[in-house]
Design a protein around this ligand. Structure first.
Ligand code: NAD
Ligand code: UDP
Length: 313
């Protein structure tokens, strides 16, 4: 089989690292990882550098870059609300200018591009569960807009490069994903609650905790992304990836306290504005087109993640 050259932007981050590792362990292909360490870690790149087929490029995709690759998994973007809101204009630039730079390069080198878009493009959804043909309910001037609108324009760019320049595209909408190699201080709910529980600190539930999310374990997400990259040429997506096991934030807090056997209590804090009330993907398209279905149950995935955070404490 001919070796492929695969570029993975955002390789030092949570999903990027897990994706690189899986490909390096299972395939002969060459991986070029690219990152600027905005939210990713140098330690992840160090671990990946042990594989002979891995090469790293330190680069910020806001500036153009020239890398010839057969396939590109374009993951570079902060994903945690805490970090994407820290420098909102940078988040917008990464998603707009960065994605345009990646697509321009893909056009020149005829690379196939997969974009890790997000359930956030549905905003605070008025349709439940969310199907790919739902256009969403996003506040364009709210504090989440830098990410939500950034990803929406990234999706638009993908389709315009496809329609106008024949770039082969694969568009995935990722729903909340968790697992080993998340950063401890990432600010997202699963890493916050596990680390608070392990340290016997109060678990900070925002709002009344009745808002819901559907959580997917990272190995299942990586499997879905790879299935999408290898799907038939005429399937562009968008396709939802995740699980439809919908839970309230309050229930997740209680579950994590139980699984960690912690003495922590739950405290309630102000709900950030525009925090979506309900979120659950309709996964029928992923099932039909990709034969995708998540295998790891939430309780099992949380156990593995708790074991990981215990080991890095
Ligand atoms: P992460 O923050 O752990 O990883 C993102 C990586 O991108 C980091 O290594 C960061 O340094 C890098 N990066 C950011 N801006 C960059 C730039 N301008 N140039 C180069 N590198 C840059 O996030 P993650 O959870 O691994 O998410 C990966 C992708 O998946 C993101 O595109 C995100 O929007 C998407 N996604 C993730 C989730 C989730 O629940 N984890 C949900 C929906 C979508
Ligand atoms: N959340 C919470 N406590 C935290 C962090 C998050 O209650 O310490 C809530 C947050 O308000 C949201 C849900 O958990 O309703 C998921 O938040 P996260 O930041 O993980 O992802 P997103 O909001 O992007 O889905």
């Amino acid at each position: 089989m001919v070796k492929k050259k695969i570029l993975i932007t955002g390789c030092a981050g949570f999903i990027g690292y897990n994706l690189c590792k899986k490909i390096l362990e299972e395939e002969e292909n060459d991986i070029i990882g690219l990152d600027n360490f905005y939210t990713g870690s140098e330690a992840n790149v160090k671990l990946l550098s042990k594989y002979k087929n891995f090469k790293f490029i330190l680069h910020d995709i806001i500036s153009p870059v020239e890398i010839k690759a057969d396939e590109i998994y374009h993951l570079a973007s902060p994903a945690s609300p805490v970090f994407y809101q820290k420098n909102p204009i940078r988040t917008l630039k990464t998603n707009f200018m960065g994605t345009m730079n990646i697509l321009g390069m893909a056009k020149r080198f005829k690379s196939k591009v997969l974009l890790s878009s997000t359930s956030e493009i549905y905003g605070d959804p008025l349709v439940h569960p969310q199907k790919e043909n739902y256009w969403g309910n996003v506040n364009p001037i709210g504090i989440r807009a830098c990410y939500d609108e950034g990803k929406r324009i990234a999706e638009t760019l993908m389709f315009e490069y496809h329609r106008n320049h024949n770039v082969q595209i694969k568009l995935c909408r990722i729903f909340n994903t968790y697992g080993p190699s998340m950063m401890k201080d990432d600010g997202r709910v699963v890493s916050n609650f596990i680390n608070q529980s392990l340290e016997n600190k109060n678990l900070t539930v925002f709002g009344d905790g009745n808002q819901t999310r559907s959580f997917c374990y990272v190995s299942d997400m990586v499997d879905g992304l790879m299935k999408m990259m290898n799907s038939s040429d005429d399937f562009t997506g968008p396709v939802n990836l995740g699980t439809d096991d919908e839970r309230s934030v309050k229930d997740i807090a209680q579950l994590i306290i139980t699984l960690t056997n912690s003495n922590s209590k739950i405290i309630y804090k102000r709900l950030p504005s525009d925090d979506p009330c309900r979120r659950k993907p309709d996964l029928s398209l992923a099932k039909k087109k990709l034969k995708f279905s998540a295998k790891i149950k939430l309780e099992d995935g949380l156990e593995k993640t708790i074991t990981y955070f215990r080991s890095v404490k």
